[in-house]
Write a protein that binds this ligand. Structure first.
Ligand SMILES: Cc1cc2nc3c(=O)[nH]c(=O)nc-3n(C[C@H](O)[C@H](O)[C@H](O)COP(=O)(O)OP(=O)(O)OC[C@H]3O[C@@H](n4cnc5c(N)ncnc54)[C@H](O)[C@@H]3O)c2cc1C
Length: 423
């Protein structure tokens, strides 16, 4: 996606070229509206970016695409992304050995294929199946309005064993919520539990950035990159370099922190994450599965051999591994890689000494914090004091789905206002 010249005036200006901004602008363009997008960075995608380093595809922080996200299904040509799915289920390192949970989400009937797996009891398996079936009976959006309690309390109320909560849920959901205390609202847990059950968890052949690049295609000629906005007020924005753009309507589609800086509002806590990519001569295991820290020792919460899932993520003959930290371990900074090696030697033995660190990514504001009281499906998009529309994952929920949907809804709100004014 090349950067286009800035207009001096545009009917609708979208600030931010992440999924929310792209989702908003695409919807407006599809309705025949004139729109321009300005993004601070030198590429589209916001938090969804991929670096090509020595033939490895490094997503900026380990992330995955769920094919069941309704907004992705509606707005994205999944075939063209040439997706590579993870195998449902997880490998769990617990009590000094690896156990395989064959599919606790998608196919609970075959869950715990390895009867030797001790991390979950038969009762946990049955409860998983029951929960899945009851959630599949609900309309998806209603799950975001269901009872608002912390996820940990929800799991206890559902009767899961402490060993299953600590050995499986804390690390699996820790990787999704970016926190292991499981104080994220159970609304989000139920919603995602359902979505994990309904489709594949996958990586695009060319890396996660292929997703925003495809979303940006209808916006060719309408996006200016490396154009950070300094001031946004009714009717105009001023870029950091002093350039002014007048706009009849402005949409702020940045992350929460930048939105507060531009239009005010209450600051929102964010969850950090950190991951180190290793180049290895051999894969420590061959299944395209996620591996979890069932012991809770950290600092690695979850690990993926990405080239087992998508061979295009590594050059021929090499293996790409992502070791990921959440919660307190995400603040380890450059000390993480060495601490991760120590832990992973317990998982995989001496082969870890041959792994070479390619790069470590520190993502300070990876996800908005989503405790009880933070998630209200009917809230997005929001209006600032001077009538500027605000969208982004922080206005709905922290996910690709939340970002894209909030952008589309912002566009529909503008289109509704235009239609109303014309009547
Ligand atoms: C490491 C990591 C792992 C994740 N894993 C998953 C996952 O597995 N599955 C999932 O569904 N979600 C995941 N997410 C969440 C998902 O990526 C985000 O929720 C989503 O991408 C947010 O999109 P957004 O458009 O709301 O915000 P952003 O992507 O933050 O986009 C905001 C845009 O605004 C721009 N901007 C900011 N300030 C200005 C300014 N002043 N002027 C102009 N432009 C500005 C930024 O450059 C950026 O382009 C993950 C996120 C991270 C970081």
């Amino acid at each position: 996606m090349s950067s286009s010249p800035l207009p001096s005036h545009v009917p609708t200006l979208v600030v931010g070229a992440g999924l929310a901004g792209l989702g908003c602008a695409r919807t407006l363009v599809a309705a025949g509206e004139e729109v321009h997008v300005v993004g601070a960075s030198h590429a589209v995608g916001g938090r969804v970016r991929t670096d090509d380093v020595e033939g490895f595809r490094l997503d900026r922080g380990f992330q995955v695409l769920l094919t069941s996200y309704p907004e992705i299904r509606a707005q994205v040509d999944l075939q063209r992304l040439r997706l590579h799915p993870f195998r449902p289920g997880s490998r769990v390192f617990i009590d000094g050995r690896t156990e395989v949970l064959s599919d606790p989400w998608r196919n609970p009937g075959s869950a715990f294929a390895s009867l030797a797996a001790t991390v979950g009891t038969l009762s946990d398996k049955m409860k998983t199946a029951k929960l899945r079936s009851s959630l599949r009976g609900e309309a998806l959006p209603s799950l975001l309005e269901s009872s608002d309690i912390p996820t940990e309390e929800e799991l206890r109320t559902l009767g899961f064993s402490e060993r299953f909560i600590d050995g499986f849920f804390r690390s699996f959901l820790g990787g999704v919520f970016l926190e292991r205390d499981l104080d994220t609202t159970a609304r989000f847990f139920r919603y995602l539990f359902r979505l994990f059950s309904d489709g594949d968890t996958a990586l695009p052949e060319k890396g996660m950035q292929a997703l925003p690049e495809q979303l940006a295609e209808p916006l060719e000629g309408r996006i200016t990159l490396e154009a950070p906005v300094q001031v946004a007020e009714a009717g105009r924005v001023t870029l950091r370099n002093g350039t002014e753009i007048r706009a009849d309507r402005i949409v702020i589609a940045t992350d929460a922190g930048a939105a507060v800086g531009l239009v005010g509002g209450a600051p929102r806590a964010a969850k950090p994450t950190l991951n180190t990519y290793f180049d290895a001569p051999e894969a420590p295991f061959h299944e395209p599965m996620l591996m979890l820290d069932g012991e809770g020792t950290g600092p690695v919460n979850h690990l993926a051999v990405l080239s087992n899932v998508a061979p295009s993520y590594a050059p021929p003959g090499r293996v790409l591994i992502s070791a990921n930290a959440v919660g307190a371990a995400a603040s380890l900074g450059d000390a993480f890689a060495a601490a991760a090696r120590e832990q992973l030697e317990r998982w995989f033995g001496e082969q870890v000494r041959e792994w070479r660190e390619i790069r470590t990514y520190h993502v300070a504001n990876a996800l908005p914090a989503q405790p009880v009281g933070s998630l209200d499906a009917s809230r997005a998009p929001e209006l600032s004091r001077d009538g500027i529309l605000i969208c982004g994952d922080h206005t709905l929920h922290g996910s690709l789905q939340g970002a894209l949907e909030s952008g589309r809804r912002a566009a529909e709100q503008l289109l509704g206002a235009t239609a109303g004014a014309a009547e």
